[in-house]
Design a protein around this ligand. Structure first.
Ligand code: ADP
Ligand code: ZN
Ligand code: ZN
Length: 802
């Protein structure tokens, strides 16, 4: 008996296990682990993943599986294991983790067709099926009754391919290639044998005598001004042959990437790369933390590490944050490795993404550069995984499965016995702590490759501006610097540090910010109740009328948008040409690149924007960077706010004076003495790390404690609170004494779409069974989830606490 163990596409916790199906005789040789199948499930037919093939089942009366979707597995054995592990770690369903690893195209049911790839004779039945056509609808195959094994054999032999019909801007996916079918000397003889009238045929053959390589048919006919008929004559004589070759929808097909060569490494770079290369050679897993200031040559190290991996015949995954996956970035990898690189980017169309994924699946490339989900690239011989800007929060997926790409990278690195390299100018505190303890290997690059100093940072105290009667958003210093810059024809980057949806309360006179007495986190102003609340511990107090520090009545809650800043800027300096870049101006596909291109070609003087302008941009002519309100992020109800402020200030400062011209940075703030602003202005990561670690220790945050966040929502507020309360009680019985349980607390956004949201935060050091306990709790509430509209989400190591 042949049995398939299948994870079915039914998103319910009660279904999160394998089901056994009989493999009918006709599918017996084609069903393999990692392939998708269609199975009967209750009255329905659903998709599922085969995770294992066996010969025995503990159940009798098995139903047969209905259809096979893949003739080649879409998930490797390793990825099946990763999916299982990930489901446990993130408390998700296995079907969800499998789906997360695949391109969108494979998640929906698409029309399929069978494409003939070669002229080679197929089995008789298949020849009949094709009947002279190049492409046959898959339904025709089903209707023909031909055995699946025949099709499977033809797929394995690469004579045919089964393709998903994907809507795409480019519809042509295959092109006809012509090549000689005989040895060169035989072609020479044939030329002599041709009759005098066959001039065109002669010309064609002569062409191939000079260029024996395969050429694309249409281009050939055009170049030789000859017809299809002539070609067919020669094919009939067996002198030439044609075959179909896939044309990938390569989004970078029209870009030109000049070839670059490996640079001679600096002393620091050479020292950093040495142990990395050793682990690659010795096939050993290790995690490296490459801490290097902007411009210290981290990317060049990545490129040379990848070079070593390619030479070894292995493969590399490079993750970069979505937002830094700019043409500039792609160029660096394509320039070095050419078509050996696939790019996986969310801005690609579904068809393009699928094509890039297939190039990986078919081992046609050895390098993938992509955003978060590229970590699941189906390579089978990984030699290195690189995560650039490892501190970026976009590496954490915010919906199910809530995984962090770094954790998956390390898991895969262990499996493949290869190194994982984490690179950043401002490593995440957790990573640096692990490196300090020797869990990761730390390498530091503290010099820029051009030996230029980082630009000097001037902190401007905005409270003094107010006292001097300047009520605008621009300090006198910043205004003067902008004007000086404009005079010299140089460019400016202005960062408006985005705040969340929420507002903090600050005294405009003394800069005092109301914080929670128990959590060291800014209180959030709640408009409806006109009160200040802590999102971590539920502490609450009324909105003050006077500043408790200095008694001033200018205590306000804050909120500024980029649009308002732009208006103010234009009013203040009318001659400046401004490009505004924020979520509103970059919503349309390609608008991000367009705005950057305008700025690069000097169609504007000032680039004004949110965080999205802080990263990866490299403009020669930018000599001034201004940060409008450095503290706006500092007071978000987020224990990482100091860290994030430090990171963004460091990053945006690195945008100034990268090339010949010297740069300068002006940081405006109401809290000039805050350590994250002070230490960012001197680029002092180590001191920042030490200071911040003390805070984390005091307030029981990572890296000293792990976190798990449960969010419960319901349209009925009482039910939301009660359920959360019940969970806290259940948890308190099973967790360690040292584990801290906080809640029920209203979420920072207490109501969304009329659903009340409550949270429970778990702070723990060692709870090896926490995931199992949380799963049990989910099961306990499954009835209410199914029938009563209760929603529970669990986020292990959350980044967004909203
Ligand atoms: P990072 O990724 O750390 O910001 P990059 O790798 O982008 O740094 O390097 C910064 C600049 O220095 C780039 O223009 C790069 O081409 C150049 N560079 C890197 N390594 C070297 C080297 N060994 N010799 C000369 N120039 C280098
Ligand atoms: Zn005050
Ligand atoms: Zn609190």
């Amino acid at each position: 008996m042949n049995i398939a163990k299948v994870i079915v596409d039914v998103p319910a916790s009660s279904i999160d296990q394998t089901f056994d199906y009989l493999i009918p005789e006709k599918f017996s040789d084609i069903v393999v682990a990692g392939a998708r199948v269609i199975v009967p499930f209750g009255p329905r037919k659903v998709m599922g993943f085969v995770v294992e093939k066996t010969t025995a089942s503990e159940f009798s009366k098995l139903k047969p599986l209905h259809d096979v979707l893949d003739f080649q597995p879409v998930l490797t054995k390793e990825l099946l294991e990763i999916g299982k592990w990930l489901a446990r770690e993130t408390i998700s369903l296995q079907i969800t983790t499998f789906q997360a690893m695949l391109p969108q195209v494979l998640k929906a049911t698409y029309k399929k067709e069978i494409v003939r790839l070669s002229e080679a004779r197929l089995s008789e039945e298949l020849e009949l099926l094709f009947a002279g056509r190049d492409i046959v609808p898959y339904e025709d195959f089903i209707a023909s009754g031909i055995r699946y094994i025949r099709l499977s054999e033809a797929v394995q032999a690469k004579d045919v391919a089964i393709e998903y019909v994907v809507q795409s801007r480019i519809t042509k996916k295959y092109q006809t290639i012509i090549r000689p079918a005989k040895e060169i000397h035989q072609l020479e003889e044939a030329v002599l044998d041709l009759s005098k009238q066959a001039k065109k045929q002669k010309q064609l053959l002569q062409f191939f005598l000079q260029h024996p390589q395969p050429v694309e048919k249409q281009a050939l006919l055009k170049q030789l001004k000859t017809s299809d008929n002539t070609l067919r004559e020669l094919q009939k004589k067996g002198l030439l042959e044609s075959f179909q070759q896939e044309v990938y929808r390569d989004p970078y097909a029209h870009s030109d990437f000049p070839k670059t060569e490996a640079l001679n490494l600096t002393g620091q770079q050479a020292e950093a790369i040495k142990p990395m290369k050793e682990t690659i050679e010795n096939e050993r897993h290790a995690v490296f933390l490459l801490h290097g200031i902007t411009g210290s040559g981290k990317t060049e190290i990545y490129l040379q590490v990848i070079q070593a991996v390619i030479e070894k015949g292995a493969e590399a995954i490079v993750l970069v944050p979505e937002i830094s996956l700019t043409p500039q970035m792609v160029k660096r990898f394509k320039g070095r490795f050419g078509s050996n690189v696939a790019v996986m980017h969310s801005a690609l169309s579904a068809g393009e993404k699928y094509d890039e994924w297939r190039r990986v699946q078919r081992k046609e490339v050895q390098v993938v550069v992509g955003a978060r989900s590229a970590i699941f690239a189906p390579f089978e011989n990984l030699g290195v995984i690189i995560i650039d800007e490892e501190h970026e929060s976009t590496y954490k997926q915010e919906d199910q499965p809530r995984y962090h790409a770094r954790d998956v990278a390390i898991q895969r690195g262990q499996h493949h016995k290869c190194p994982v390299i984490l690179g950043s100018a401002t490593p995440m505190l957790e990573s640096y702590a692990r490196a300090s303890k020797g869990v990761y290997q730390l390498t530091t690059l503290d010099k820029r490759t051009n030996n230029k100093e980082l630009p000097p940072v001037e902190i401007v105290d905005m409270r003094k501006e107010l006292h001097a009667g300047n009520r605008t958003m621009f300090s006198r210093t910043l205004k003067a610097e902008i004007e000086a810059c404009l005079q010299k024809g140089e460019q400016i980057v202005l960062l408006l540090n985005r705040r969340g949806y929420s507002t903090f309360v600050m005294c405009r006179d003394c800069g005092h910010v109301k914080e929670c007495p128990h959590c060291d986190i800014a209180l959030t102003f709640h408009k409806n109740s006109h009160a200040l609340k802590c999102h971590y511990c539920s502490y609450e107090e009324p909105m003050p009328i006077h500043c408790p520090e200095c008694g001033s009545d200018t205590i306000r809650y804050f909120g500024t948008g980029t649009q308002r800043v732009e208006e103010a800027l234009v009013k203040l300096i009318p001659e400046a040409r401004v490009i505004r870049m924020d979520v509103d101006t970059t919503r349309r596909k390609g608008s991000h690149e367009k705005l950057l291109h305008q700025f690069a070609t000097k169609q504007a003087d000032i680039l004004l924007g949110t965080q999205m302008i802080a990263k990866g941009l490299d403009f020669e002519n930018v000599t001034l960077v201004g940060v409008l309100t450095a503290d706006s992020m500092l007071h978000l109800p987020d224990f990482r706010s100091a860290e994030k402020t430090f990171q963004i200030l460091t990053q945006v400062s690195g945008r100034a004076g990268r090339h010949e011209l010297n740069g300068k940075v002006v940081v405006q703030t109401y809290t000039p003495d805050h350590y994250s602003i002070q230490l960012a202005s001197t680029y002092d990561y180590t001191s920042f790390y030490q200071k911040e670690m003390l805070m984390r220790k005091t307030f029981h945050y990572p890296p000293y404690f792990f976190l798990a966040l449960i969010t419960v929502t319901h349209t009925n507020q009482v039910k939301a609170i009660q359920s959360t309360q019940q969970m806290v009680q259940m948890l308190s019985k099973v967790v360690h004494k040292q584990t801290i349980l906080l809640g029920p607390t209203p979420s920072p956004i207490p109501r969304i779409k009329n659903r009340y949201r409550y949270q429970c935060m778990i702070k723990y050091r060692n709870e090896p069974h926490l995931q199992d306990e949380l799963r049990k709790i989910m099961e306990h509430f499954s009835e209410q989830i199914r029938k009563d509209g209760l929603l529970i989400s669990i986020d292990m190591q959350p980044y967004h606490l909203m």
